[in-house]
Design a protein around this ligand. Structure first.
Ligand SMILES: Nc1ncnc2c1ncn2[C@@H]1O[C@H](COP(=O)(O)OP(=O)(O)OP(=O)(O)O)[C@@H](O)[C@H]1O
Ligand SMILES: [Mg+2]
Length: 236
């Protein structure tokens, strides 16, 4: 099933006192359930801007962006917020955990916005999610007592606790060493496989990109399939 579809999308911003700047130019991409997509590109090539569109945080300046077969611009801002909360999980380089709160409290947070069973059973569900990322023994630890890799695992648990259909990861391993980074990616992949979610990963790291099944490169706002990485993936 197609989750997201972009056709000839541009994103232009108008900074005050500066000429208009086209950050994304003619971007087309389809994201299906279970997809594993990587996007690599230099700093400033438009990766985060693209991720903000995929996450329904911004709208295209022109072109088509559809979520679940419906143009995103036909949703109200409130509907987009609801879809994002229920169906999209973001993972960032900075873990963005609430500092004074325990791991369990951090992971419970998104479930406060859920309904029915997810809301009423939120503590149990959050504890199970932390168990799944290997932190069942650290439920009561605050972020300052956790290593970088552990903090990222809490952040992953928080992003995935509502069972999103689309996981968007922006440099998820950027602040971690090589081994910890690969472990974190394995973890995200395992949760995505369990839930059937699609995963789009933005990365500078070819080893992280090689884990995906579809490879793209973003260059000055233009998205193209990355033949080199695709060939490397076939050999692996
Ligand atoms: N709201 C904005 N106003 C003006 N310029 C912007 C705005 N948003 C992004 N840009 C510019 O657009 C370009 C792309 O930004 P973006 O954050 O998407 O890059 P990126 O590929 O994620 O880079 P990095 O790898 O450093 O995170 C940059 O040159 C940035 O300065
Ligand atoms: Mg970025």
């Amino acid at each position: 099933m197609t989750l997201l579809h972009l056709e000839d999308v541009t994103r232009t911003v108008m900074p005050p006192d500066l000429p208009a700047l086209t950050i994304l130019n003619g971007v087309s991409l389809t994201v299906e359930e279970n997809d594993r997509i990587s996007v690599v590109g230099r700093s400033g090539s438009g990766k985060s801007t693209l991720l903000n569109l995929l996450g329904l945080l911004d709208l295209p300046t022109s072109g088509v962006l559809e979520f679940d077969g419906r143009p995103v611009k036909s949703y109200s801002a409130r509907e987009r917020d609801r879809i994002r909360g229920a169906s999209i999980g973001f993972i960032f380089q900075q873990f963005n955990l609430l500092p004074g709160r325990t791991a369990l409290e951090n992971v419970t947070m998104p479930l406060l916005y859920a309904e029915g069973r997810q809301f009423w059973r939120r503590k149990t569900i959050a504890a199970e999610m932390l168990e799944e990322v290997g932190l069942g023994h650290r439920l009561e630890s605050t972020p300052d007592r956790l290593s970088g890799g552990e903090q990222q695992r809490v952040a992953i648990a928080r992003s995935l606790v509502r069972g999103p259909r689309l996981i968007l990861a922006d440099e998820p391993t950027g602040a971690l060493d090589l081994d910890t980074g690969q472990n974190v990616m394995e973890l995200i992949d395992a949760v995505a496989t369990r839930t059937g979610a699609a995963l789009v990963t933005i990365t500078h790291d070819p080893a992280i990109a090689a884990r995906s099944r579809s490879h793209y490169r973003l260059d000055h706002g233009v998205l193209t399939p990355d033949a080199e990485l695709a060939a490397a993936g076939e050999l692996a």
